[in-house]
Write a protein that binds this ligand. Structure first.
Ligand code: GAR
Length: 208
């Protein structure tokens, strides 16, 4: 059984897609052990509680400095003994020590086709604003392992979504979520839970 910690900051629609996937068994062999939010008011926390999942708030704001937060975040995460950490709209930089300790055991969903519209400054709506400003015709979402860079780790799954003529950032964000994020995030977890993902030379191999 793959035990997950899901880290969130906002609405938690990706968390919901994972909860639904587990309940409908499109994700098998998986249990959410804990939901961690940096934001005590995140609606994602409510979603967890509604499904009887433990939800805790760990915010940098409650610590004297970043080092103290980083240390306690790692300590608390370790205490849940999870196999995989899922960043589902988590807007806090992951401490380097955590990345090293959980190498290829942290995944992130990013709302564009990496390597486009990613890296520092590209998160949430800003990604879709960038897409519309550049006038690209195709965007999408990416699930990847987390390494020391921003959105640079091995890519697990991607799904393309067409940009429409009258898109606004909000409309595009919603379509990317519906058509891509809520599909590839559960799919990636299911692949990992069933031993179908290998990382070789920093690239992902999907086993048949
Ligand atoms: C999602 O669109 C996710 O891809 C994005 O934040 C949103 C969270 O929505 N993540 C990033 O931009 C990370 N760089 P949710 O709380 O409804 O799942």
């Amino acid at each position: 059984m793959l035990k997950l910690a899901v880290c969130v900051s906002g609405g938690g629609t990706n968390l919901q897609a994972i909860i639904d996937g587990i309940e409908k068994q499109t994700i098998t062999n998986t249990k959410i052990e804990v939901v961690i939010s940096n934001n005590p008011n995140a609606y994602a926390m409510e979603r967890a509680k509604k499904h009887g999942i433990k939800a805790v708030c760990i915010s940098p704001k409650n610590y004297e400095n970043r080092d103290a937060f980083n240390e306690d975040f790692l300590r608390q995460l370790d205490s849940y003994e999870v196999d995989l950490v899922v960043l589902a709209g988590f807007l806090v930089v992951i401490p380097e020590q955590m990345i090293q300790k959980y190498r290829n055991r942290i995944i992130n969903i990013h709302p564009s086709l990496i390597p486009s519209f990613c890296g520092k400054g590209y998160y949430g709506l800003k990604v879709h604003e960038g897409v519309l400003a550049r006038g690209v015709r195709v965007t999408g979402a990416t699930v990847h392992f987390v390494d020391e860079g921003t959105d640079t780790g091995p890519i697990i799954l991607q799904k393309a979504v067409e940009v429409e003529e009258d898109d606004t950032p909000e409309r595009l964000q919603k379509r990317v979520m519906e058509q891509a994020e809520w599909k590839i995030m559960p799919e990636a977890i299911n692949l990992i839970a069933n031993g179908k993902i290998e990382v070789v030379n920093n690239k992902v191999r999907i086993l048949k």
